[in-house]
Design a binder for this molecule. Structure first.
Ligand code: URA
Length: 257
């Protein structure tokens, strides 16, 4: 039987999570970013014993991602390939792989940035405050992730939550990009919505969403519409006017096939 102490400790932990704690830390501060470097440098290893680093010992993570992504013949296989991919450090700090939500094969594929705390906890993209706003935005143009008549399919550039919701590093984006490209090919949308700067960086190689938004472009051979990220709209409510114009443009484009 579980003790009263156990339940007390669990309640305290739950309370801290509700207050917004996202990491458990010890008394002494640990720089998690320093650990891989420290571990990578072997100390006091005699020269003769140190093995030369071969190409096979250090596979190029981007090449490995491309190889695995190309092998995936459907979305389930792609999810499994991502789940088995060990080169991205973000995976170690994440609770869940966040792959996608909505209806595969939907005419619209929305690509956000990376999971936040709520998404990491639930294993689904856009379920926090920004996600709720996204759902309301889609409902305003009669679309939705669960609507059989006008579905959307949703994913992110990165499938794992960056620690403390920091911006993804360019190397992380580059490493995961082959999976994203394959994800788009397998989901086969008519159009892509590029949500925010990180997504624009990953898919178009450009930042500056204020300038890019609302202008249809092309991404992996498909029409793509950059838009403000809903998290930005939560902070800058004045930008909702532009977001509304972009939603109408999306609806018109998809409605016209
Ligand atoms: N922001 C994103 O870009 N994606 C999510 O899944 C949640 C918040």
């Amino acid at each position: 039987m579980e003790s009263a102490e156990y339940h007390h400790a669990l309640a305290l932990l739950d309370w801290q999570v509700k207050l917004g704690a996202t990491e458990a830390i010890c008394d002494a501060p640990v720089n998690c970013y320093a650990l891989p470097d420290t571990l990578a440098k072997p100390r006091n290893v005699p020269q003769a014993a140190a093995k030369p680093m071969t190409a096979s010992a250090q596979p190029d993570p981007v090449a490995e991602a491309s190889r695995l992504a190309e092998m995936a013949q459907d979305l389930d296989a792609l999810r499994a390939a991502l789940a088995g991919f060990e080169h991205c450090e973000l995976k170690r700090g994440a609770r869940n792989l966040v792959f996608s939500d909505g209806i595969p094969g939907a005419p619209v594929m929305i690509i956000g940035e990376a999971p936040g705390r709520d998404e990491d906890r639930e294993g689904l993209p856009f379920v926090g405050r920004a996600g709720q706003l996204l759902d309301r935005m889609l409902a305003a143009i009669d679309m939705g992730r669960a609507r059989a008549d006008a579905p959307v399919y949703i994913t992110n550039v990165l499938p794992w939550r960056p620690p403390q919701n920091r911006d993804p590093h360019p190397e992380e984006i580059a490493m995961m990009r082959p999976f994203l490209e394959r994800h788009i090919a397998l989901a086969d949308p008519q159009v892509i919505v590029i949500m925010g700067n990180i997504s624009a960086q990953a898919l178009l190689g450009k930042r500056g969403i204020t300038r890019l938004r609302g202008n249809w472009t092309e991404c992996f051979g498909r029409p793509a519409l950059p838009m403000f990220h809903p998290a930005y709209l939560l902070r800058q409510t004045g930008a909702k006017r532009e977001a509304w114009a972009d939603l109408l443009s999306l609806k018109a484009r998809v409605g016209n096939g």
